[in-house]
Design a protein around this ligand. Sequence first.
Ligand code: KG4
Ligand code: ZN
Length: 362
Amino acid sequence: MGGYTRPMLTLGIETSCDETGVALYDSQRGLLGQALHSQVAMHERYGGVVPELASRDHIRRIVPLTRQVLQEADCTLAQVDAIAYTEGPGLAGALLVGAAVGTALGYALGKPTIGVHHLEGHLLSPLLSADPPAFPFVALLVSGGHTQLLKVEAVGVYTLLGESVDDAAGEAFDKSAKLLGLGYPGGPAIARLAEQGHSGRFGLPRPKLHSGDLDFSFSGLKTAVATRIARGLPDDQARADLACEVQAAIVEVLVAKSMAAVQACGLRTLVIAGGVSANRHLRAQLDAHALRQGIRVHCPEPALCTDNGAMIAFAGALRLQAEAALAQPVPITAPRAVTGFDIRPRWPLSSLPRPGENRASN
Ligand code: KG4
Ligand code: ZN
């Protein structure tokens, strides 16, 4: 990213859910290093994330991962100019770990710290790619808890075009996977099983496909899957066919609404972000439809789609740079006057201020 007054090295810390992510982003040289520890194996036996176990594991991992990233990037803590951590939304106990470590590091080093909105991290992560999209663009944000279409005009300038009125797409994958007896997280498990199946056999609904707006609804899909399973699936092929149909139904709605959103905004660029955007069928279908409609689709590399520290370092750096560029920058967290820190387990993206605007308190 160009336009910076001076190079800035940002340490990013992500601990909002079940992945501990740490990364170092240099505003001139790009990503210098990143490390990730996934807790999937730990939570798998419970069929979902156990919040208390998640917090404890973040505590165990965060310091060794930070050391590892610094070592791999051949940097010392003294060289770090700023610290960014995920402030929300997410699991309270998990967020507290990253926020406490980030704030303490910033205080000890006398460097600014910034709390980053997790979804803004996802939203801006495609800009980390070698061929970044230019503003403005439409973003399809599909994570475990959120399904949103947004018009993105600049850092912090987001207009919500539509969102799920109930379950998120990731949730629909996860709940359907659970019903099918597949592991957690459900998205990759459904995608894997779907490779052996054929869609069309079970005819699942495409909720809100023709609703004429840009909102989504996925809770009916889970009910339809439950009903179908209750009637009995004769064999493994039937399970694979149902997994394939679940994926096809979710993807068809996501693709149709995304294309409609880009057209409605009179734009030509679509960016996808969040864990579900790692889905290969979604990426292939978006590419095919976009090609026909003259739309360019930007997909972050799969490792950047799911939770990671790089997107937090990057979003934090962009915000700090944007605020520093303003005539009267808003103080982030005065490094010598730390009395505490905030976490925001529930934090709608729509309440996120533009750079330079004061944040509303909780
Ligand atoms: O963005 P993310 O890593 O965490 C949140 O911020 O929620 O998204 C996690 C979600 C889960 O619902 C997971 O099942 C889904 O992303 N997911 C996928 C795939 N990889 C992760 N869904 C479909 N296909 C995938 N390949
Ligand atoms: Zn996420």
